[in-house]
Design a protein around this ligand. Structure first.
Ligand SMILES: [Mg+2]
Length: 389
């Protein structure tokens, strides 16, 4: 079997808002075609135009080869070998950042093809199930452009997610700092107040995680507030500090009983090795597309496991990435939750419409998927409708 073509689709919702926090408003979807008619699907969470250009650009020398050019004619079932070929061959243009995101989308599609060739779901190819079912958590991104409206929306979404059957939720409390919702710049005490309101709304039985989106400047500022959050039984606190303040992360992880989580943006296992060893975080959050696909995500899972750390994959795109996360977690012994934004609770049309037959949610759990590959189909009509031509 040989790879014959790669298509890249840049997708955008018509009502996108460049001030919003949500990266679910756009997408880059790749389809890898083979001479036997099997097609693999992948996506990644970064600027879609840039990734399309990176995949399609021709190579100009042996350290800057084209990703698409390197894959045409290759056997698609050799995902790990092809990962190495792409990483080495594109090193001068890639190696981190967008280059790894692009490889991630392609690698996801290659695993999808291999599953379809062997007639097996990807988790079986990754070594088999380490858990009988997965536990999703609902990420709740509020709407509203005042503090009051934000708080009200978050509390309502939390109650809705619990009524929907979720046993775990994550509150996005992004009301100050560089990535705040609609430019809000509120007080630290308001963060505590919102967390308290959400905990009260869902009761003590539901697992609660909080994402503050890189809010605080440094370790001392973060620690002062984290001490005040310790009363609300958080499973983890996500990205309290700037992404590159690894020493700050290490000091925080040592100083608080709340697990510290980070890693949603990281590319390649090498960045996770730094985050885990120097940053000393408790929960690594690889995004399957961004970290370099299932090949690389599995290496992060194993590295974290061997150092006694948890994995809770980041996923904010569509049913494609969610399926990849679910297969990854099924084959992991250290993945107690995965991010799962239900289509019904999402504002994104792409999240709602792009994938048919997506991974099932049954009584608040995800049973082991049993269809071959990722086990999902694209809605062809939605793919065409949201494509930026
Ligand atoms: Mg986050």
């Amino acid at each position: 079997m040989k790879i014959t073509d790669i298509e890249c689709f840049v997708l955008l919702v018509p009502d996108f808002d460049a001030e919003a926090c949500s990266s679910a408003q756009d997408n880059i979807v790749v389809r890898v075609h083979t001479d036997e008619g099997l097609v693999g699907i992948g996506e990644t969470d970064t600027n879609p135009w840039a990734v399309k250009a990176l995949i399609e650009a021709p190579g100009t020398h042996c350290m800057g080869l084209g990703l698409k050019e390197m894959l045409i004619g290759e056997d698609p079932t050799q995902a790990e070998a092809l990962w190495e070929k792409l990483y080495i061959g594109s090193a001068m243009n890639g190696r981190r950042g967008l280059g790894i995101c692009a490889i991630g989308a392609l690698d996801m599609a290659l695993w999808d093809i291999r599953g379809k060739v062997e007639g097996k779901p990807i988790w079986q190819l990754l070594g088999g199930a380490k858990q009988p079912e997965m536990t999703p958590y609902a990420s709740l991104l509020p709407i509203g452009n005042t503090l009051k409206a934000y708080r009200k929306s978050l509390v309502e979404k939390a109650k809705e997610a619990v009524a929907f059957g979720f046993s775990a939720i994550k509150a996005e409390v992004c009301i100050k700092g560089p990535y705040s919702h609609m430019g809000l710049q509120e007080k630290d005490e308001d963060i505590v107040d919102i967390v308290a309101a959400v905990r009260e709304a869902i009761g003590s039985e539901i697992t609660l995680m909080v994402d503050v989106a890189y809010t605080w400047h440094d370790f001392k500022e973060a620690l002062r507030m984290i001490r005040q959050l310790e009363a609300y039984d958080l499973f983890f606190l996500e990205t309290p500090l700037p992404s590159d303040d690894l020493d700050g992360y290490a000091r925080l992880a040592d100083a608080t009983g709340i697990r510290i989580a980070a890693g949603e943006w990281l590319n390649s296992r090498f960045e996770f090795i730094d985050l885990i060893d120097r940053g000393n975080i408790d929960v690594a959050q690889p995004d399957v597309g961004r970290v370099g696909g299932l090949t690389e995500a599995r290496r992060v899972v194993d590295y974290a496991r061997d150092r006694g750390r948890l994995i809770v994959p980041h996923c904010w795109k569509t049913g494609i990435g969610i399926a990849a996360s679910a297969h990854l977690c099924a084959a992991a012994s250290n993945a107690p939750f995965l991010e799962f934004l239900p289509a019904q609770l999402s504002e994104s049309k792409l999240r709602q419409e792009l994938v048919e037959d997506e991974i099932a949610l049954v009584n608040g759990r995800i049973p082991l998927p049993n269809r071959p590959g990722l086990g999902i189909e694209l809605n062809e009509e939605a793919l065409q409708r949201y494509q930026v031509k």
